[in-house]
Ligand binder design. Structure first.
Ligand SMILES: Nc1ncnc2c1ncn2[C@@H]1O[C@H](COP(=O)(O)OP(=O)(O)O)[C@@H](O)[C@H]1O
Ligand SMILES: [Mg+2]
Length: 202
């Protein structure tokens, strides 16, 4: 992570790093105008020199900005090679740690609802995995990281989920329902990046 505490990007003062991945570095920062903490996603300098990466970074910001859903992280602002999001107060969705059947169903419902809202705006996340889903202290799922999302140009208001994907989704659910009576095995949420669906592993 390249920015030290106290560094300024526009009106935002870096407080501490909170995460990083393939597309950016994420910092807790203080908005010095509104006096609240935010999450600042920064395109590292070495990537910022690549026009395609810069374009993809801006597309991520625009995709998030097009969405307004309680289970999708909100964007507040954009600057040169950074954008500003709500600071999600929580932890990434645990990977391979059981969360219990009730929580699994609640979280899966929230995630599915958020994805449906995104698909209705022509946006397919394509990188859904535990590291890109946070769970807030009060138990809400928040989808992050639209860094490799596909944005379709079609009319608003229709689902862009391809029919092939719907068929695979239904088949997966059917298999899941058949196998669900395992009982003693842990329940967890697994998500699949390529197809944008989730299933319950029993
Ligand atoms: N808005 C946010 N609030 C709190 N933590 C965040 C936020 N955005 C990202 N993070 C943390 O930073 C990590 C990397 O962010 P992400 O957007 O997935 O970057 P990348 O595109 O590099 O994978 C996440 O896994 C999460 O732990
Ligand atoms: Mg990520």
């Amino acid at each position: 992570m390249s920015l030290p505490a106290g560094a300024l990007l526009g009106p935002y003062e870096i407080v501490a790093p909170i995460g990083s991945g393939g597309m950016g570095e994420v910092y807790r920062a203080r908005d010095r105008r509104l006096w609240r903490d935010v999450a600042l996603k920064v395109l590292p300098r070495e990537l910022a020199e690549d026009a395609a990466r810069r374009q993809r970074f801006e597309q991520e910001a625009r995709a998030v900005a097009a969405l307004n859903h309680p289970n999708i992280v909100a964007i507040y602002d954009i600057g040169e090679n950074y954008f500003v999001q709500e600071l999600v107060d929580g932890e990434p969705l645990p990977d391979n740690k059981p969360v219990g059947l009730r929580r699994t169903i609640e979280l899966a419902g929230q995630i599915a609802d958020a994805l449906a809202a995104a698909h209705a705006r022509g946006i397919t996340h394509r990188d859904l995995k535990p590291g890109n889903i946070m769970v807030t202290r009060d138990g809400r799922a928040k989808i992050l990281d639209f860094g490799i999302a596909k944005v379709s140009q079609g009319p608003m208001g229709r689902s862009f989920l391809p029919s092939r994907m719907k068929a695979r989704c239904s088949a997966r659910w059917a298999t899941c329902r058949r196998n669900r009576c395992g009982g003693s095995r842990p329940t967890t949420v697994r998500t699949f990046s390529a197809s944008g669906y989730c299933y319950i592993k029993c």
